[in-house]
Design a protein around this ligand. Structure first.
Ligand SMILES: Cc1cc2nc3c(=O)[nH]c(=O)nc-3n(C[C@H](O)[C@H](O)[C@H](O)COP(=O)(O)OP(=O)(O)OC[C@H]3O[C@@H](n4cnc5c(N)ncnc54)[C@H](O)[C@@H]3O)c2cc1C
Length: 453
């Protein structure tokens, strides 16, 4: 390796260490500030009048919203005046990372649905401080949100963390709100792949590359074709990952077609797809891994000026929506437009930290001051390339670090994700078994925080 490359890699490695230190310092700073604040505030001797309780509403509970809700629950003042209301339609946390793998490999689909558990919020959170509403927000107003079920929930602060949506569902999102439905859809796709002779996968991003390589690994006798509109797979990442992924796909025997799009799937039974050049490819199982869009429609009425051309919601560095008339509305995760080039769950969680920390400051009467700035470590990715190998990639736009790894766990060590969010692998405890709230109890005049169970 030339000296300049070696120096760049050494600098990148130093950045990586700094990045990790910074992350731990942030956690320490938050824990210390909250402990001091809780120590001096103490807990109220008597329940606060319900009319004084204010809601911080979090819309969406995945990598951004769920993590924001935890920070709010553990660090908002414990004076009985604050309540965290989480609104999420999914019965379980959808663990996206494993979806392409489990769409191919049978018998693991239940592992992609992690139960939401009260333990995630810690045992020191006052009873009733977190209220869980299994519903979907259909409209955001200036002071309240409206739920699909018709109820209106007022907010003092709002965090929108609605992420991305995709029309086709799997393999990018399960395509249903319930665990059983999601597992059924996954089994359906597994069967289509198993019964197919010629599989065509559209989209050479992470989902498409992982699914195509897994399908060819598990079923080497089938023809698997990956069609990507750009001139390289994983085109948003550094050249080392692009080349490494391409080589691995070719080694597995996946046919890769670059610079083309699938423009039509062909009618049922015709057995081919048509590409933008007019070329047709034999296909009895087409899987679309493109078309993720930000789920931003909620704020269309209240902040039309905050829409970016990409459909994302524009935000300030504090993660407040880019609309000065809505200082109490925050947006984080994949739905937000920031300087992050390759969105992932680490970025979503970091933005959630900024949003939640700023809400807590505002609730304490301070000015929101924490800011999100993309750091190179945010964009790190682990890409699986068949069941037995992977690549880890760091890139800062100039230099990159690439590690090749051997993989031994077909379930991609997703038990760690369960443990990290305090769920016991792979025990399903059903829909959130904490304070499942009736939205009618969440308005002024509803029950006091200490009374709710
Ligand atoms: C196949 C695949 C593999 C991936 N692998 C990795 C990986 O290995 N590593 C990595 O770091 N990242 C990975 N990612 C990216 C990662 O999944 C996303 O960056 C992350 O999910 C973004 O989190 P989020 O909370 O912003 O949004 P989402 O995960 O999209 O979650 C949004 C949540 O909001 C809820 N919601 C939406 N609308 C409403 C509404 N109106 N009312 C209430 N709730 C609502 C949804 O139900 C959902 O729970 C992968 C993505 C895909 C698709």
């Amino acid at each position: 390796m030339p000296l300049s490359k070696r120096i760049q890699s050494a600098l990148l490695f130093a950045h990586l260490i700094l990045y990790t230190i910074r992350h731990h310092l942030t956690i320490l700073r938050r824990a210390l500030t909250a402990s001091l604040a809780h120590f001096f505030t103490g807990t109220p001797k008597h329940p606060v009048d319900p009319s004084e309780v204010q809601n911080v509403v979090v819309v969406g509970a995945a990598f951004a919203g769920y993590f924001a809700a935890r920070i709010l629950a553990t660090t908002l003042p414990r004076d009985g005046r604050w309540r965290v209301v989480v609104v999420e339609p999914n019965s379980h946390f959808n663990f996206t990372w494993v979806l392409p793998r489990f769409c191919v490999l049978e018998g693991h689909e239940h592992k992609a649905f992690i139960p939401y558990v009260p333990e995630f919020f810690g045992d020191k959170v006052p009873v009733g401080m977190v209220q869980w509403v299994r519903d979907r927000v259909v409209r955001v107003g200036r002071e309240s949100v409206v739920l699909r079920g018709g109820a209106e929930v007022k907010y003092k602060y709002l965090i929108v963390a609605t992420g991305s949506t995709v029309r086709n569902g799997l393999p990018s999102r399960p395509g249903g709100e319930g665990r059983e439905e999601g597992m059924e859809l996954m089994r359906g796709l597994q069967l289509r792949i198993k019964n197919a002779q010629s599989i065509v996968v559209a989209g050479g991003g992470a989902a498409g590359v992982e699914l195509a390589s897994d399908a060819k690994f598990v079923f080497p006798e089938k023809r698997v074709t990956l069609v990507h509109s750009r001139q390289a797979v994983m085109h948003r990442f550094g050249p080392g990952l692009q080349t490494g992924a391409m080589e691995a796909l070719q080694k597995l025997g996946v046919d890769v077609v670059l610079g083309e799009k699938v423009v039509s799937e062909g009618a049922e039974g015709e057995g081919f797809v048509t590409l933008s050049s007019g070329r047709t490819i034999e296909c009895d199982c087409f899987i679309n891994c493109t078309g993720q869009k930000p789920a931003s429609g909620l704020v269309a009425d209240v902040a039309p000026g905050a829409f970016a051309p990409s459909g994302h919601i524009r935000v300030k560095p504090t993660m407040q929506i880019a609309d000065d008339s809505l200082p109490n509305v925050y947006v984080c995760g994949e739905v937000a437009e920031t300087d992050a080039t390759n969105p992932n769950s680490r970025i979503a969680a970091r933005q959630a930290e900024v949003a939640a920390d700023n809400v807590v400051r505002a609730a304490r009467g301070q000015t929101p001051c924490y800011k999100y700035k993309n750091r190179f470590g945010d964009g790190a990715i682990k890409l699986t390339l068949g069941l037995d190998r992977s690549m880890v990639h760091f890139w800062d736009g100039k230099a990159e670090m690439v590690w090749h790894g051997d993989e031994t766990d077909p379930a991609m060590m997703c038990d760690e994700a369960w443990t990290n969010i305090q769920a016991e692998p792979f025990v399903d405890t059903g829909v959130f078994r904490g304070q499942l709230a009736d939205p009618r109890d969440l308005g002024a005049g509803g029950k006091a925080v200490e009374e709710m169970v």
